[in-house]
Ligand binder design. Structure first.
Ligand code: HEC
Length: 125
């Protein structure tokens, strides 16, 4: 009995770890444009009503979606907005510098959004 119990709990532990690492490694492919429309825009509306959690998570993640040579700059913009508490300042700061070119040349470029972030954002809508 004791041995069976140990065996069963070993299996359960194994399943738990594989499912956790699986869900963490999974991503959903989309475009930056759609991510902005589907998640950033609604999160920004929520932030204006006082609930900033979702937008803050997004701003932490957004630099990962940048072109390699723009990552550092995107992170600077997002970090500055988070540090100042004025999350909305990031929209304009990034858009005026990067949106036009991105839209023109990279509109269809795929990005990988962690599923964990998506489910967090869906639950907080
Ligand atoms: C660090 C960069 C960055 C930040 C911060 C950022 N965006 Fe964007 N956003 C972009 C880029 C680049 C595009 C163009 C994507 C495309 O069209 O392919 C875009 C496009 C959009 C679009 C699609 C429609 C349009 O205007 O082209 C919306 C809506 C949007 N952003 C909302 C927001 C909001 C709201 C915020 C702030 C809360 C924000 N974004 C912050 C980079 C950023």
């Amino acid at each position: 009995m004791n041995r069976e119990l140990k065996f069963a709990s070993a299996i359960l532990t194994f399943l738990l770890f594989t499912s956790v690492s699986y869900s963490q490694s999974k991503t959903t492919e989309t475009t930056l444009h759609d991510f902005m429309e589907d998640y950033t825009k609604p999160a920004s509306k929520k932030a204006k009503k006082g609930d900033k959690a979702a937008l803050e998570r997004i701003l932490k993640e957004v630099p990962n979606f940048a072109l390699d040579d723009q990552k550092a700059k995107w992170k600077e913009i997002s970090d500055a907005a988070i540090a100042s508490g004025d999350l909305e300042s990031s929209c304009k700061n990034c858009h005026k510098e990067y949106k036009k070119e991105y839209k023109k040349s990279y509109r269809k470029r795929p990005i990988q959004v962690p599923n964990e972030l998506i489910s967090f954002l869906k639950n907080s809508k």
